[in-house]
Design a protein around this ligand. Structure first.
Ligand SMILES: C[S@@+](CC[C@H](N)C(=O)[O-])C[C@H]1O[C@@H](n2cnc3c(N)ncnc32)[C@H](O)[C@@H]1O
Length: 193
């Protein structure tokens, strides 16, 4: 059976495709199986750089294989660590130069559904993005409310977005309003140029 990408994830991908250009710096804060990392790597091209984070070795191995098979491994650095250590891991010369970040939250599809992203670490990483992002850069966050802890994490991300000062930021949320069941919500955070 084909896996259907959610409308909110498609929204996040379109947002990143609108902003990222060849040569840019991008971050995948939740690498998982590497689908989003591969998208970022294609968008920034061989002159750009993608930094990816995940806490599961199995995820990074799967992503590494996917990137190698697609000829994209050369422009990607994968860190086996949580995204809450984003600022510490990114080379200092890249601080303030990141054009796009994606968080695809929740659990690894096909993996341990009990190992999920958590509000505390997600919010720590989002806070780091405020400084790491270049003017005009965007963060796309896709939140899944259907698993244990997912609704609380979605609410935490929503709260973070609402508190961003309007003077320097535009934050928005996207969701299908006629879909049954637990919502999948994409947030976009744009740092004004
Ligand atoms: C929905 S999956 C990501 C899907 C992925 N982007 C893809 O394209 O396949 C969420 C991932 O977040 C990872 N994760 C959980 N806590 C994390 C943390 N603190 N930092 C980084 N990744 C984390 C999980 O291991 C899991 O692989």
């Amino acid at each position: 059976m084909a896996v259907r990408t959610s409308a909110s994830l498609t929204f996040a991908h379109r947002l990143l495709a609108d902003v990222l250009r060849p040569g840019d710096v991008a971050v995948d804060a939740t690498v998982g199986n590497g689908h989003d990392t591969a998208l970022l790597a294609r968008l920034v091209g061989p002159a750009g750089r993608v930094y990816g984070f995940d806490v599961q070795a199995a995820a990074l191995e799967a992503a590494g294989r996917r990137l190698a098979a697609a000829g994209l491994a050369g422009q990607v650095t994968l860190f086996p660590m949580g995204h809450e250590r984003l600022a510490e891991a990114l080379p200092v010369e890249q601080h303030g130069r990141v054009a796009g970040v994606v968080f695809n939250l929740g659990y690894l599809p096909g993996g341990d559904e009990g190992l999920v992203t958590r509000p505390e670490t997600t919010l720590a990483a989002l806070a780091a993005c405020r400084e790491l992002l270049a003017p005009g850069g965007v963060v796309a966050v896709v939140c899944y409310a259907g698993h244990p802890g997912g609704a609380a994490e979605t609410a935490a991300v929503d709260g973070f977005c609402r508190e961003l000062p309007f003077a320097g930021w535009r934050a928005a949320r996207y969701e299908l309003v006629n879909k049954q069941g637990a919502p999948i919500i994409a947030f976009s955070l744009e740092k004004l140029a």
